[in-house]
Design a binder for this molecule. Structure first.
Ligand SMILES: [Zn+2]
Length: 157
């Protein structure tokens, strides 16, 4: 494990900048995107693993017996949940971007909450160092780079 504090500090600064700027520029389309995920996931109710056939199939195709973070069996950690690597509350336009979705256990999902990705990495690095590499290897680099592009004020999307 070799993560320089400097690198992480820089990433946090960037995350703040992106989050701060974007948050005040949410459009009606962003909210529509946010809702699209619900239509995809639920027939009814608030079942975190999904209740539409499509979302159930997706979960099946993108998960194993064990959670990719804590490596515990889903049956022992409250079951499977669909998580947004970059929280959709902050990045609604990534709500139904499949590069942004992964299946993790309920316990890990609750721990992650609505943290920004780098905040989450930092949290795991300091609190659960043994699990950090699993989180780091799941880093959505391409999406994070796309956020970086949007820090240019001339770029709408
Ligand atoms: Zn887990």
């Amino acid at each position: 494990m070799n993560l320089e504090g400097k690198e992480l500090g820089e990433l946090f600064r960037l995350a703040d900048e992106i989050g701060g700027k974007r948050y005040h520029r949410l459009t009606p389309q962003d909210f529509e995107d946010y809702r699209r995920f619900d239509y995809w996931r639920y027939v009814s109710g608030d079942f975190e693993c999904g209740t539409t056939q499509e979302s159930k199939d997706w979960v099946k195709d993108h998960s194993d017996w064990d959670c990719p973070i804590c490596e515990k069996s889903y049956s022992k950690t409250g079951g499977k949940t669909i998580d947004h690597k970059l929280p959709r509350a902050q990045y609604p336009w990534l709500s139904l971007n499949f590069e942004n979705l992964w299946v993790i256990c309920r316990a890990c999902n609750q721990r992650k909450g609505d943290m920004h990705w780098y905040e989450y990495e930092h949290y795991m690095f300091t609190r659960y160092p043994v699990l950090y590499l699993a989180v780091k290897s799941a880093r959505p680099s391409k999406l994070l780079r796309s956020l970086n592009d949007q820090t240019n004020p001339e770029t709408i999307r």
